[in-house]
Design a protein around this ligand. Structure first.
Ligand code: SF4
Length: 313
């Protein structure tokens, strides 16, 4: 698809775009959602995250590489959103706020990231509110101290809760409606009894005028990292859709298939040597899309064992 057609295509409603992806063999000329891994280092050892299986080198993306990526994205109308996550705690990146500000000032439409909020102190809260960040998701999977600290090993319940409440307060004090705050709960056998108390408490603390939300998500397997779900029990599985709209750039510039591929078993290129456009339109990436479109996952075992494939129908 040429650039003009690709831009037109991006303003179509999601249902029409999906029809095009799956039934007409299409893909757009540039990804809509750019995932950039600020860092794959983390300050916690949460039970849901297969951090003990991480075998790739750890680090933080340098500002020069980040700005190169943003500079390529800015003129591309296809780009709808920037996610600053991969497999790590974003707030360990001391330049995160500077990076968000750079992306937003250059014209990126939406910037978003997920955090455990353990490092979200008052100074960072003020920096984030003033950075232009559009949305922030906070993973907090316990209501009481014991459950929280059993799930989020290495973190402190009072510190995290205090940081979240302070962020809500600071945003109000600075008379800002952004970032939108999403408080995320993940039902697990360890915390299910606390679920309602959690939902009631955080629903009473968020600010709905800022479009804040309390959300629930399902635990997933990180491909082969955990075993919450049985992916092969589903019949007629279909693509998760990610290779048609999103790209995952890791902290060192290499491109993985998606954020669930936490060890980057499938590498699609290197942003230090190639452009996003070249990688996205490469024969390698197109062959991955073909497999997804035809649901021929035996040819791509990484995806074949993933619980994010959709059920058929
Ligand atoms: S099937 Fe799983 S591993 Fe493959 S692209 Fe989708 S989410 Fe990633």
């Amino acid at each position: 698809m040429n650039n003009l057609a690709s831009r037109f295509f991006c303003v179509l409603p999601a249902r029409l775009r999906n029809y095009y992806y799956y039934h007409m063999g299409g893909s757009i000329a540039f990804p809509e959602v750019i995932h950039i891994e600020s860092t794959n280092i983390c300050n916690a050892s949460c039970i849901i995250c297969p951090r003990e299986k991480l075998s790739r080198k750890t680090g933080i993306m340098d500002f020069g590489l980040f700005s190169k990526i943003i500079d390529e994205c800015v003129p591309r109308k296809e780009v709808k959103e920037l996610h600053l996550n991969g497999f790590g705690e974003c707030l360990l990146d001391k330049k995160l706020i500077e990076k968000i500000r750079y992306a937003k000032e250059k014209g990126i439409r939406r910037a978003y990231f997920v955090t455990n909020a353990s490092l979200l102190n008052d100074s960072i809260a003020r920096g984030l509110v003033c950075s232009g960040l559009d949305s922030l998701k906070i993973s907090i999977y316990g209501f009481g101290k014991d459950v929280y600290e059993k799930i989020h090993k290495g973190l402190d319940f009072e510190a995290t809760t205090g940081n979240i409440l302070n962020l809500i307060k600071v945003r109000k004090e600075l008379k800002s409606s952004s970032p939108q705050i999403k408080i995320q709960f993940l039902p697990l056998s360890d915390n299910i009894e606390e679920r309602q108390k959690f939902l009631d408490f955080w629903s009473s603390k968020i600010d709905k005028r800022c479009n804040d939300r309390v959300e629930e998500f399902c635990a997933h397997n990180w491909v082969d990292g955990r075993k919450y779900n049985n992916p092969v029990a589903r019949d007629g599985r279909k693509s998760c859709g990610f290779p048609f709209f999103g790209i995952q750039i890791l902290w060192d510039g290499s491109v993985a298939l998606c954020c669930y591929d936490f060890n980057a078993k499938l590498r699609a290129g290197d942003i230090k040597k190639e452009t996003i456009s070249a990688i996205w339109n490469s024969s390698h990436y197109n062959s991955v899309r073909k497999i997804h479109r035809e649901a021929d996952f035996a040819k791509l075992p990484l995806c074949g064992q993933c619980d994010q494939l959709r059920e058929g129908g």
